[in-house]
Ligand binder design. Structure first.
Ligand SMILES: [Zn+2]
Length: 97
């Protein structure tokens, strides 16, 4: 009870020591493994349940973000990307409650 935060920081150290942490699919309750590669935003199942226009738009936004000339633009695009991912997650949940 004296220093509960120390456990949290110990966990962060572990994460930092392991750069190839397996990522989780952002869809709640989805336990499918994520594909390899930094551009994967969803597991394969969820990816193919989304309309092509959605996954294509997300992919293009990722590339635009990577090529952005300055950090302010990248930050803005990352937030935009996060919003689109959440929108896609809501669409998936709506179609399959
Ligand atoms: Zn998934």
């Amino acid at each position: 009870m004296s220093r509960p935060q120390s456990h949290i920081f110990a966990g962060l150290d572990l994460v930092a020591a392991e750069p190839e942490q397996p990522r989780r699919c952002p869809v709640p309750l989805c336990t499918e493994p994520m594909p390899q590669g930094k551009h994967a935003l969803f597991c394969a199942d969820c990816h193919f349940r989304l309309p092509y226009e959605t996954t294509n738009r997300l992919f293009r936004l990722q590339l635009t973000c990577e090529r952005a000339p300055d950090e302010a633009t990248r930050q803005h695009l990352r937030e935009q990307l996060h919003g689109y991912v959440q929108q896609a997650v809501r669409a998936l949940r709506g179609g399959n409650p």
